[in-house]
Design a protein around this ligand. Structure first.
Ligand SMILES: Nc1ncnc2c1ncn2[C@@H]1O[C@H](COP(=O)(O)OP(=O)(O)OP(=O)(O)O)[C@@H](O)[C@H]1O
Ligand SMILES: [Mg+2]
Length: 352
C-alpha cells in the first residue's frame, strides 16, 4: 500500500492521526493531525515535528520493538493548553519496504483532566474550610483543660467562641449538602407552579429581622399583576435568600436594598418570555476583577470580611446551580463604593 492510500485511510479517522515508518518520516497524516502538529509535517522527520521527549521516546521504542504504548502530549494554541493521550501502535506490512509503520493517534483529554483537577481542588478546599474551625475548637478544648481550668469567666467566653466555630462547621456541612442536592437534580426540570411575588415577599419576611439588625430597609418595585411560572419554589426562595443576605451582609452600609421585578413578553437574554429580578444594594461594591469568579465554590471577594461574617463561600455557587436548573441567567454588576446589582433572569412558560 502506498502513502496516498494510507493518507486517504487516515482522512476517514476522526482523531488527529499520523503514520511514521522506519525511515523516521511522517509518511501520512490527516488534516486534524496537521492542524495540531504542523501543516508541513508530511514527509518530515518526526523528531523535528513532535519535539516532546515522552512522545519521541514512545514512538522510537514502538518502531524498534513493535509493542503498543501510550503517552501524553501537550499542545498550546497560544490561548490555552490542550492535553492529549497519544497512542502509538505498530502496523505490519506498511511503509518503506513494507517494514511496518507506527500509527500515532491523539485523543483530547483536557475535559477529563479538568474534571479530575476540579474534584481534587474541591476536596482540598473542603478540608481546608473544615480544618480552620476544627483547629480552633481543639485549641480551646486544650485551654479549658489546662490554663483556664479554674477561670469560669474565661471558660464561658471560650465556650461562646467554640459554639460559633461549631455552628460554622454545621453551616458548611449544610451548604455542602445543599450544593450536592442542587447539582444532583440540575438536569431535572422543575414542575411546581409558583407565584414569584409570593416567593419574594416571603423571603423578605424571613430576612426582616436580619435587615433590621443591620439597619437596612427593603424597597420593592413589583408589577401589579403577580408573576406566575413553573419553578421549584423552595429553590427560588434559596436563590433570593442567598443574594439578599449578601446584600445585607456586604452592602448593608448603604442603608437600603432595592428589589425590582419586571416581566417581559420577550426577554432579550433568553429570547423568550421572562422575568428579571434585580437585587440592588448601595454598599461597598465588588472589585470588577472578582466578578467572573464570584459564583465559584469557596470564592470570596473579601476573604477576611466574609469569614468574619460567618460566610462559607458557597452561597452564590448554590444560586448559580439553581438558576441553571431553571434555564435562567445570573448577572452581576458592581461599582466600588457605589453598590452592587444582582440580576436573576428566569424564563416564563407561555400560556400560564
Ligand atoms: N452584595 C455584595 N456586595 C459586596 N460583596 C459581595 C456581595 N455579594 C457577594 N459578595 C462577595 O462575594 C463573595 C461570595 O459570596 P457567597 O454568597 O458565595 O459566599 P459568602 O457570602 O462568603 O458565604 P455564604 O453565602 O455561603 O455564607 C462574598 O464572600 C463577598 O465577598
Ligand atoms: Mg453569601
Amino acid at each position: 500500500m502506498n502513502d496516498e492510500i494510507l493518507d486517504a485511510l487516515l482522512a476517514g479517522f476522526p482523531l488527529p492521526s499520523l503514520a511514521i515508518d522506519r525511515t523516521e518520516r511522517i509518511i501520512a497524516a490527516n488534516i486534524e493531525a496537521l492542524t495540531l502538529i504542523n501543516q508541513q509535517a508530511r514527509g518530515q522527520n518526526y523528531v523535528t515535528m513532535l519535539r516532546q521527549p515522552a512522545l519521541l521516546d514512545a514512538i522510537e521504542t514502538t518502531l524498534t520493538d513493535g509493542m503498543a504504548r501510550s503517552t501524553q502530549y501537550l499542545s498550546n494554541d497560544g490561548a490555552q493548553d490542550t492535553a492529549f493521550r497519544v497512542s502509538c501502535r505498530a502496523v505490519q506490512g506498511l511503509g518503506r519496504d513494507m517494514a511496518g509503520v507506527v500509527l500515532v493517534s491523539f485523543e483530547d483529554i483536557t475535559d477529563k483532566e479538568q474534571a479530575g483537577q476540579m474534584r481534587r481542588d474541591f476536596v482540598a478546599n473542603v478540608s481546608h474550610e473544615l480544618r480552620t474551625p476544627l483547629t480552633a475548637l481543639m485549641g480551646f478544648i486544650e485551654t479549658l483543660r489546662g490554663p483556664a481550668r479554674n477561670d469560669p469567666e474565661a471558660g464561658a467566653r471560650f465556650l461562646d467562641i467554640m459554639q460559633n466555630e461549631a455552628e460554622r462547621m454545621n453551616r458548611l456541612v449544610g451548604d455542602l449538602m445543599s450544593l450536592n442536592r442542587v447539582e444532583g437534580d440540575e438536569r431535572v426540570r422543575p414542575t411546581q407552579s409558583v407565584v414569584l411575588n409570593d416567593i419574594l415577599n416571603s423571603t423578605l419576611h424571613t430576612l426582616q429581622p436580619l435587615a433590621r439588625e443591620a439597619d437596612v430597609t427593603f424597597e420593592t418595585e413589583f408589577p401589579e399583576i403577580p408573576v406566575a411560572m413553573i419553578a421549584d419554589g423552595d429553590q427560588l426562595k434559596q436563590v433570593f435568600t442567598n443574594i439578599i443576605m449578601n446584600a445585607i451582609k456586604y452592602g448593608g452600609s448603604g442603608g437600603r436594598v432595592t428589589l425590582q421585578m419586571t416581566e417581559s413578553a420577550r426577554e432579550p437574554v433568553l429570547r423568550a418570555p421572562g422575568v428579571r429580578v434585580q437585587i440592588i444594594d448601595y454598599g461597598a461594591g465588588i472589585d470588577p476583577i472578582h466578578l467572573p469568579r464570584l459564583t465559584e465554590r469557596f470564592y470570596r471577594a473579601d476573604d477576611h470580611r466574609s469569614r468574619a461574617l460567618g460566610g462559607t463561600g458557597l452561597g452564590l455557587a448554590i444560586v448559580k446551580h439553581i438558576i441553571n436548573r431553571h434555564r435562567g441567567r445570573l448577572r452581576v454588576e458592581s461599582e466600588l463604593g457605589k453598590g452592587t446589582t444582582f440580576t436573576v433572569i428566569l424564563p416564563i412558560q407561555e400560556g400560564l
